[in-house]
Design a protein. Sequence first.
Length: 275
Amino acid sequence: MADIPKANLFDAIPPNLPQEWFETLVECDDIRIERIVSKGHASGEDFWYDQDWDEWVVLLKGGAGMYLEGRDQALALGPGDWLRIPAHVKHRVAWTAAEVQTVWLAVHFRAAGNINQREEATRMDQRTYRQIITDAIQGEIEAHQFYQQVADKVTDSHLREMFRAFADEELKHRRILEGFKEKPDMAIHFARVPDFHLSETMADAGALSMGMKPADAIALAMKKEEAAMRHYTQLADACGDTAQQKVFRELASMERGHKAKMENAFVDIGFPEVW
């Protein structure tokens, strides 16, 4: 008889959750089941999930609010409440309980109406693939340079250490992406062809510069962190390799953490008038 291990959805959760925690439990073909753990986390005000697949999600523990596009009020969810969110119904997490862990179970699947022909979804044009990675690398280079310059100029020791840590992490991100681009054995395996709308994102963003006012530069840096988070989340969702999915979800989580730390720091300290 096969040795079938037993696990519990409330066990093996990290004690500290600086970012929302995602764990893929089961994945095959057109379905992915994941456990999500939140504690006081929420989606950014301008962020919406817009997925190519259906999602069935149940809240097992804790509490949360969910915004669905077209509704004025967040939908409050308690233990046992579940939603089936059809493909391309935009949604975001309004809030999660701050005092206890909120545990979700999410089932992502492709209903008959949103399954693409597999032969059309298993290959990506090589030029498109390289452009996606090249643009992501350029974003990491720009962020690394900007954060290093800020760290060298700011006088507040807390901010200096925070931006130095950001710069180091962006450099690591760049090296990871360069590995995907240059090493054939690390090439990303996509289960479907994603549309990242890169040109729209890049055209609207602008470039970070120490010549900008500090408040404007930090606001733009936070916007870019959120765009990078979405980008890496889309890469993870489109990727057919579990290990590579984990890499991109961790990258997305780190970018989300950068944005949150900047928001918290400048709420507490305030923006300097000059660098």
